[in-house]
Design a protein around this ligand. Structure first.
Ligand SMILES: Cc1cc2nc3c(=O)[nH]c(=O)nc-3n(C[C@H](O)[C@H](O)[C@H](O)COP(=O)(O)O)c2cc1C
Length: 355
C-alpha cells in the first residue's frame, strides 16, 4: 500500500467515546514503565494520540493505597489519558469507575488481558475472558455506572481452543463500550510467538461501529501500518516498541504526512533521558532515583554508553549524581554499540501456568 493511500485513511479523525484524538497511534500500558514521567516525556516528542495508565487494582484504588495514588498521578501535560483498572469483583470495578469519574478522570479501561497468575488468580485479567456471560455482565454494570467512556483491553482468548475476543467484542459493543484494544495473542502464548493479525481482524469484523485498537509487536513505522492494513483496525497501540524507540510516534506522524522519517540525534536522545529523569524526580523526589534504575540497561544500550556509566545509573542515589552521569554520557556516548535488544524489556518467562 502506498503512502498516499495511507494519508487518505489517516486524515479521517478518530474518536473514542466522544473524545477526539489527534493521532490514532497510542501508547500501550507497560506496568512499571509507562508512568506519568515516561508518558509526559514521550508525548513531548509528538504523535501520541492517547496514553493509558498501568493497571490499577480496583480495591487498592478504593482504599487509596500509596501505590495506586502514584499510578493515578497525572497533569495537564498528560492528556488525553485513560485509567486502566482491574480486579475480579464487579462491585469494586463499578465503585472504582465511579470514583474515577467523580475525581475528574476522563475515561476508564478494563483490563481483561493480563496473563499473570496473581491477577488471574483473583478472577481479574485474561481470566475474565473465559466466562463470556459474566464478562458481559461485568462490563455492562461498569458502563451503566458512569457517563465517561469505558473501554476494554483484552487478548484473543485464553488459549487457541478458546478464542473469545470476537464474540466478546460484539457483546461489549452492545453493552456500550466505547472501544476495544486487542493484543493479538492468547493468554497461554504469554509474550511468545508472534502476534496473530488475523485474530485481530476477526475482532475488527465482529463489531459494528466502535474502534478496535490493534496491539502487539509493533516496533517500526512499517509494523504500525501493517497492523492497520492487515487487520483493518482503526488505531494501533504500541507498548514495547515505544520503549525501544520513543520516537516511533513522531516517525509515524512524519510518514503519515508523507515527510521524510527522521531519527533522533544523539543530543535529542540524551535530552529525553534528562527530561524523563527530571519528571520522575519532580514527582517522586529521591525515590525517583530508584525508579530510573529500572531503565538503566535500556538507556545504556540505547545511548551506547560504557558499562561503568550504565552501572552508575543502575545504582543512582541523587539528583547531583544524575547530573554528573549526564555530563559523562555527553562525553562518552557511542563508546559501545547502541543496538537495543527487545529482551531489555522484561517479560515473565518459564511456563505460562507458573507466571
Ligand atoms: C512489562 C510489561 C507490562 C505490561 N503491563 C500492562 C498493563 O499494566 N496493562 C495492560 O493492559 N497490558 C500490559 N502489558 C501488555 C502490553 O500493554 C501489550 O499488550 C503487550 O506488551 C503487547 O504489545 P507490544 O508488543 O506493543 O508491547 C504489559 C506488557 C509488558 C511487557
Amino acid at each position: 500500500m502506498s503512502i498516499i493511500q495511507w494519508s487518505t485513511t489517516e486524515t479521517k479523525e478518530i474518536q473514542i467515546g466522544g473524545r477526539v484524538l489527534a493521532s490514532r497511534y497510542f501508547l500501550a500500558p507497560l506496568a512499571g514503565y509507562t508512568q506519568h514521567a515516561f508518558r509526559v516525556a514521550i508525548r513531548e516528542l509528538g504523535g501520541v494520540g492517547l496514553c493509558t495508565t498501568d493497571l490499577v487494582l480496583a480495591s487498592h484504588l478504593l482504599s487509596g493505597s500509596r501505590k495506586s495514588k502514584a499510578l493515578l498521578t497525572t497533569s495537564p501535560a498528560d492528556r488525553p489519558l485513560t485509567i486502566q483498572i482491574f480486579g475480579g469483583i464487579t462491585a469494586e470495578l463499578v465503585a472504582a469507575a465511579r470514583w474515577l469519574e467523580q475525581h475528574g478522570y476522563a475515561a476508564v479501561d478494563l483490563n481483561m488481558g493480563c496473563p499473570m497468575a496473581k491477577i488471574n488468580g483473583n478472577g481479574g485479567g485474561a481470566r475474565i475472558m473465559c466466562a463470556p456471560d459474566a464478562a458481559c455482565q461485568l462490563v455492562a454494570e461498569v458502563v451503566d455506572a458512569v457517563s465517561i467512556p469505558v473501554t476494554v483491553k483484552m487478548r484473543l482468548g485464553w488459549d487457541r481452543d478458546s478464542i473469545t475476543a470476537p464474540l466478546l467484542a460484539r457483546e461489549f459493543e452492545q453493552a456500550g463500550v466505547a472501544a476495544i484494544t486487542v493484543h493479538g495473542r492468547t493468554r497461554n502464548q504469554g509474550f511468545g510467538g508472534t502476534v496473530d493479525l488475523q485474530g485481530i481482524r476477526q475482532t475488527v469484523e465482529a463489531v459494528q461501529q466502535i474502534p478496535v485498537i490493534g496491539n502487539g509487536d509493533v516496533c517500526t513505522v512499517e509494523d504500525a501500518f501493517r497492523m492497520r492494513e492487515q487487520t483493518g483496525c482503526e488505531a494501533v497501540s504500541i507498548g514495547r516498541g515505544a520503549m525501544l524507540d520513543p520516537w516511533i510516534f513522531r516517525k509515524i506522524s512524519q510518514a503519515v504526512r508523507d515527510e521524510p522519517v527522521t531519527e533522533p540525534t544523539r543530543d535529542e536522545q540524551i535530552q529525553f533521558l534528562e527530561r524523563h529523569f527530571s519528571l520522575m524526580f519532580e514527582q517522586h523526589e529521591l525515590y525517583g532515583c530508584r525508579l530510573i534504575r529500572k531503565f538503566a540497561a535500556w538507556y545504556g544500550a540505547r545511548l551506547g554508553i560504557p558499562e561503568d556509566l550504565e552501572d552508575r545509573l543502575r545504582r543512582l542515589e541523587s539528583d547531583e549524581e544524575f547530573k554528573d552521569i549526564i555530563e559523562q554520557i555527553r562525553l562518552r556516548h557511542g563508546e559501545r554499540d547502541s543496538s537495543v535488544p527487545t529482551a531489555l524489556i522484561k517479560t515473565p518467562n518459564g511456563p505460562v501456568e507458573r507466571w
